[in-house]
Write a protein that binds this ligand. Structure first.
Ligand SMILES: [Zn+2]
Length: 267
């Protein structure tokens, strides 16, 4: 297991790689995607290993179907009931909570996994920020929801996890136009035009600029430099594999004793 960690966040958390699991074939070996056709028992064992490597004790967590939107949901202990089945609880690309021992999980395989924590207020977020979510300002929604739960932007620490880098992220003019609209025509330092008319985009840099624009202090932002597409032995990359792949997961939780759970089928 070679779980990647932020040096800024002390809460239990981690970004998975593709190594250290039990899945086989195109899912070899640490696939944490639940709806990609892998054997559910293998996925369950992969989660056991990954969560344990993150010092997370519970086997229930919050996750859902990601839709490349900008919806961020505030969740609590009764939402942490994912039993490794294939049912979908939510359609969202980000989760925020102030409840203890409620792991928030998002999936990626080139898109950016963003973890945030205000450890003074006890509020966390996990966000799936591909280019679509990024230009829809999903991180802004996440920070706003964290603030509703008592977080302060100046105390939030953010880690931009392993994702496709500017070395590999080729995009068309349509994406560049949306990035320019997001950054009010000040995005030119984040991309380079190529001879083929396409652009190489530094999406991690764009996301960092957005975080700063929403009040996060620059020294509270960490970027994991690994590029998922450059490192296919270490990470799942959608572009490198052409979609024949498993998924990374990023997880974070607030440690402590959880609130007592209400009955699953109350009333
Ligand atoms: Zn690369």
């Amino acid at each position: 297991m070679e779980t990647v960690r932020s040096s800024l966040i002390s809460y239990p958390h981690g970004f998975s790689t593709r190594n250290g699991g039990v899945s086989e074939g195109i899912f070899s070996s640490l696939n944490l995607g639940m709806n990609r056709g892998d054997d559910p028992e293998n996925v369950k064992e992969n989660y056991r290993r990954f969560l344990s490597s993150c010092k997370i004790k519970t086997d229930r967590f919050v996750c859902g179907e990601q839709v490349h939107g900008n919806t961020v949901l505030i969740v609590n202990s009764k939402d942490a009931r994912m039993p490794y089945g294939y049912q979908t609880l939510f359609n969202a690309d980000g989760y925020v909570t102030s409840d203890k021992e409620v792991p928030l999980v998002i999936f990626t395989a080139d898109c950016i996994p963003l973890l945030m924590a205000d450890e003074k207020a006890g509020v966390i977020a996990a966000v799936h920020s591909g280019w679509r979510g990024t230009v829809l300002d999903i991180e802004k929604n996440a920070i706003e929801k964290m603030t509703l739960l008592g977080a302060s932007a100046e105390n939030i620490k953010a880690c931009i996890g392993p994702a496709i880098g500017k070395c590999c992220f080729e995009v068309g003019n349509d994406v560049i136009e949306e990035v320019e609209a997001l950054l009010k025509n000040s995005a030119s330092t984040f991309y380079k035009k190529k001879e083929n008319g396409k652009y190489m985009l530094d999406l991690k840099g764009v996301l960092k600029k957005c975080l700063i624009g929403n009040g996060i202090t620059e020294d509270h932002i960490e970027i994991i430099k690994d590029c998922t597409m450059c490192m296919p032995q270490k990470y799942w990359s959608h572009r490198f594999t052409g979609g024949e792949r498993g998924s990374q997961a990023a997880v974070i939780e607030i440690p402590g004793t959880p609130r007592s759970l209400p009955p699953l089928f109350a009333g």
